[in-house]
Design a protein around this ligand. Sequence first.
Ligand SMILES: [Zn+2]
Length: 186
Amino acid sequence: MEPARKRGRSDMWEHFNLITPDKVRCLVCSAELKYHGNTSSMIRHFTAKHGAAVNQGNTNQVDRKPKLDEALVNMVVKDSQPFSIVDDCGFKEFVALLDPTYTLPSRRALKNMVLQRYEEEKTKAKAVMQRVEAVSLTADMWTSINMDAYLAVTCHYVDDSVKLAQCFWECCLSLKFIQLLTSLLQ
Ligand SMILES: [Zn+2]
């Protein structure tokens, strides 16, 4: 009884979707339940069917949360996904089915995590660049659908193990190009 009470009423809406005014669907097992204007049947269903998974999840939630957040940042960066993906209902259902204990970060929190990752990777890239003798710069320019001009700069260089490597250095509005060049030459 106690875990259900602790999770509380509003938390239940993380695991259920209201599909009609009097029906909800469990995001974990897709079971449909009658909805009478309160969450008691949802709590009963969730505790009976998924209680074990929830309790087990809660114990290692502290360990899992940073790893899952990191994987989410990887996905957003590698697949060029918008920050708003955390508000997409299909994605939320998918994540809830994979791990009902994981709470997705907010759009703003995700943006800050990506910015932090950018700073970390930039620091690493700068450290690598300082060790190489020479780089070759390649620039690519394009115009976005709303006519903003973009410029991407890629560095090619030969690393310590004599392998050709590349570093996607920066992508910015071309108006900022002068500032970018200044920062690269520093
Ligand atoms: Zn269920």
